[in-house]
Design a protein around this ligand. Structure first.
Ligand SMILES: [Zn+2]
Ligand SMILES: [Zn+2]
Length: 375
């Protein structure tokens, strides 16, 4: 359910004025329902969302009582979800979820009016080093998955036991509910669409029809994946009840922090220490990259904190394969210990600096003086 804050106005959803007649609302709804119907918008999440939104708006605006409540209180009239405020006691969302199951291949009908459902999607996780993420890698993942019980082949009943025909749906596995102008068949809540109630449960699965099993799978992880991305393993999710198709398994990527490189999308960032003399005089440095050590030239007068870009030495984009950049940030490292000779030279340098203050520094010092005088 959308939150109140982001919920669109029902009149706006249908594109009608607040004084629209009942017949106008019906006419517009029919048009929109056809336009966003999941049948003609396969795999289009936005259309599915619109379809639900339109149905919900119609559900309220086509009912004089609900419409009056909505006109007065807005969405707050139905706080706690549609149907919660009304007297029907069903959830529009549930009913539509069910329709989508039907349209999206989840609920293919099987003989006798019963239907099977697609199994649940499950998750697993794989942890990679940054180098593995950069090159792509094959990984073995382990996770627990429900499997159809061998003892009862998924029926949940002891072999030989047929169970009892469900009274609520009279064995059909489906019950009819209405939502707006639509009359919808939904899965029977008593028997979960099986049409039968288990009377003598299977010993292995205690009537569930499924047992948990540890699964091991090889996953090809493409180059360039980032933390939190998912690789979809089609058909590796839980099996559908009553022989329905498996759901999918989503393998979540986790990337270990690297001791040197920080990542920002496709770019990598590394800090490299340089000495005062290297900063002042320029230098050839050896820097780490993902592909091994590389050379970097820094020019004389390089500042502490300056960033030098090494093009196309970052991470590859998982789709295009195009590589990001490596951003090298230098910082001037001050030696903690120095030799006697170094100290002598530095003292000479200090004398030279004092008698020969550069313009930039003098302006800095005078600014500093002004600053302290000011307070
Ligand atoms: Zn069983
Ligand atoms: Zn039933």
């Amino acid at each position: 359910m959308q939150t109140m804050a982001t919920k669109r106005d029902y009149y706006e959803v249908l594109g009608v004025g607040r004084t629209a007649s009942e017949s106008e609302i019906s006419r517009v709804y029919r048009k929109l329902a056809i336009k966003y119907h999941p049948d003609s918008n396969q795999n289009d999440d936005e259309a599915t969302r619109m379809f639900k939104e339109v149905a919900e708006a119609y559900e309220v605006l086509s009912d004089a009582q609900k419409r009056a409540a909505y006109d007065q209180y807005g969405h707050a009239a139905f706080q706690g979800g549609m149907g919660g405020g009304g007297s029907e006691g069903y959830d529009v969302g549930d009913i539509f979820e069910d329709i989508f199951d039907n349209f999206f291949g989840g609920g293919r009908r099987r003989g006798g009016g019963r239907r099977t459902r697609r199994g649940a999607d499950i998750k697993c996780q794989v942890t990679l080093t940054l180098n593995e993420a950069a090159t792509g890698v094959n990984k073995t993942v382990q996770f627990e998955r429900a499997e159809t019980c061998n003892g009862c082949r998924g029926s949940g009943s002891k072999p030989g036991s047929q169970g009892e025909t469900c009274r609520r749906c009279r064995g059909q596995g489906q019950v009819v509910q209405s939502a707006g102008i639509l009359r919808v068949q939904t899965t029977c809540p008593d028997c979960n669409g099986v049409g039968k109630i288990i009377t003598d449960p299977c010993n292995h699965c205690h009537g569930k029809g499924q047992t948990a099993k540890r699964v091991e799978l090889d996953v090809a992880i493409p180059a360039g994946v980032d933390d939190g991305m998912q690789v979809r393993l089609e058909g590796e999710g839980a099996p559908g009840p009553n022989g329905g198709p498996n759901g999918d398994c989503y393998c979540f990527i986790k990337i270990k922090p690297h001791p040197l490189f920080k990542r920002d999308g496709m770019d990598l960032f590394v800090e490299v220490p340089i000495s005062y003399t290297q900063a002042a005089l320029g230098a050839f440095l050896e820097i780490p990259t993902l592909d091994g050590p590389d050379k970097l030239t820094i020019s004389p007068g390089t500042q502490s904190g300056q960033v030098i870009k090494k093009k196309k030495r970052g991470m590859p984009d998982p789709r295009s394969g195009r590589r990001g950049d490596l951003l090298v940030q230098t910082y001037v490292e001050v030696p903690k210990r120095i030799s006697t000779q170094e100290e002598e030279l530095l003292r000479k340098l200090a004398e030279l600096e004092n008698s020969n203050v550069s313009p930039k520094r003098s302006s800095f010092i005078s600014k500093l003086k002004e600053y302290f005088l000011f307070f």
